[in-house]
Design a binder for this molecule. Structure first.
Ligand code: AHR
Length: 314
């Protein structure tokens, strides 16, 4: 993936109204959205820290919003007050960051969002987005589910948290693919597990009690899938066998569960954005035009490759 736009497209320093900057002489801020209980978040923050260190960035400021939008706004404003000259933001929600974006805009500080998109105008309200194609992740999860179930199932969806494009896109891609390719898979329940392991377990307990015929679970992240597995076992089910499980992320515990046969497939969502985030920033400051969306390629863990590829998990 190269973070540069085709000729005549994309956002340049001039378009954005920013000043040239040498990252090794810059203060860079990173705003993390969710608590670091989830390996995705831990790996993401670590990747930003590692790359900043490797490049010799003068100062990296790191904040964590603990899943509170008001804190994320305050975090970004604080980093601007501390002199942040470039911001990398993992947005909690797709709407609501306007006051923080306006504060960055007022100082012409470019904002690169990673892992979730915001409903705003690239090159105006923020610089660009860097992350996965989440609709495609949903489609691939559907394909894996069709393969695991043979196209016949009573399926529950553990949705991610609401208010962000990742949850809606992973739902859209999955549902459209199931409707088009496997009419024998009936979606009997959809409930949010907030992208959290404990909530995934709790919701799965309720769903399996209300609908004991559920024999397939699409969890929109690995943490919820791992929680669901605990609930399924407690209900006397064998996850991966009599209840098929497909999830998204690629955490070590989930990929090990694929090896153990308790999860049927994991579609990767790679959180190691550090190298590409700083490369995007440097390309921008070097005068290159940056596309609105810089989309990374994700892998997939199946029973065929999980054992061999578990070292890539996070
Ligand atoms: O925005 C990415 C998603 O958010 C990841 O799949 C999930 O683990 C996280 O909470």
């Amino acid at each position: 993936v190269t973070p540069t736009a085709p000729a005549g497209e994309g956002c340049t320093l001039e378009d954005y109204g920013a000043e040239p900057l040498d990252l090794t002489d810059a203060v860079v801020g990173f705003s993390q959205s969710e608590r670091e209980a989830n390996p995705f978040r831990i790996a993401e923050t670590q990747s930003i820290r590692d790359e900043a260190e490797r490049l010799g960035v003068k100062q990296l400021l790191v904040t964590n919003a603990n899943s509170q939008l008001s804190k994320q706004i305050a975090d970004i404003q604080d980093m601007l007050a501390q002199g942040a000259q470039f911001l990398i933001v993992a947005p909690l929600n797709s709407d609501g960051l306007e006051p923080a974006l306006a504060a960055a805009r007022a100082k012409n500080v470019p904002v690169l969002t990673i892992d979730r998109k915001i409903n705003a105008t690239a090159c105006e309200d923020y610089l660009a987005f860097l992350g996965s194609d989440f609709v495609e992740q949903g489609r691939r999860a559907a394909d894996a589910m069709i393969e695991a179930t043979g196209g016949e199932a009573q399926l529950a969806i553990l949705l991610g948290s609401s208010g962000n494009n990742v949850t809606t896109d992973r739902t859209t891609g999955f549902v459209e693919q199931i409707e088009a390719e496997a009419p024998g898979i009936e979606i009997v329940a959809q409930q949010t597990g907030e992208f959290a392991r404990d909530k995934g377990q709790q919701v799965m307990e309720q769903l399996i009690q209300a609908n004991p015929d559920i024999d397939a679970v699409y969890a929109q992240n690995d943490e919820m899938a791992l929680g669901a597995i605990v609930a399924l076992k407690a209900a006397g089910k064998t996850p991966g066998e009599d209840v098929k499980v497909v999830s998204i992320d690629g955490t070590r515990n989930a990929v090990e569960a694929v090896v153990d046969g308790e999860i049927n497939a994991v579609i990767e969502s790679n959180p190691r954005f550090g190298p590409l985030a700083f490369q995007t920033a440097q390309s921008f400051y070097d005068g290159q035009a940056i596309p609105e969306d810089v989309i990374i390629a994700d892998d997939e863990y199946t029973p065929e490759n999980a054992e061999q590829d578990v070292a890539n998990a996070y």
